[in-house]
Ligand binder design. Structure first.
Ligand code: CO
Length: 134
């Protein structure tokens, strides 16, 4: 059986990165590890690591991405929770066999080689869930 190992990150969609950092970095005092443009996701992403996990702040850089539409519709807030699994293919086939609605039918590969896929909120009590295999 494939296993969920830990929460890898929690992602928050923001409409103003400076304003978001004034809370997460400056007021809470979390370390900003990296602020990076991710052209493939049409986003700017801030990474604030904690032991074993991290908070990611995501700001869309165009109006036409999925996350930009999400922000326009719902405003800033929780975007997704990412669970690290030991075998993403096995986990996805287990979920499919149980009728869970996946957004990505196959794992996608990030620039750094991580495999990831999203599960539709319809199947998760309303939370967008990302799976990661490192
Ligand atoms: Co994520």
């Amino acid at each position: 059986m494939p296993k969920v190992k830990q929460i890898n990150h929690v992602a928050v969609v923001v409409d103003n990165m400076d304003k978001a950092l004034s809370f997460w970095r400056d007021a809470l005092g979390m370390e900003l590890h990296e602020l990076r443009d991710v052209p493939a996701e049409k986003s700017q992403v801030a990474f604030l690591p904690l032991p074993g996990s991290e908070v990611e702040l995501v700001q869309p850089t165009t109006d036409d991405s999925g996350i930009a539409k999400y922000l326009a519709k719902r405003g800033p807030g929780m975007h997704h929770i990412c669970l690290e699994v030991d075998d993403i293919e096995e986990m996805m086939s287990q979920l499919k066999s149980r009728g869970v609605r996946l957004i990505n039918e196959e794992p996608r590969i990030a620039a750094d080689g991580k495999k990831y896929a999203f599960i539709h909120p319809e199947s998760t009590s309303g939370v967008l869930v990302e799976l990661y295999q490192i």
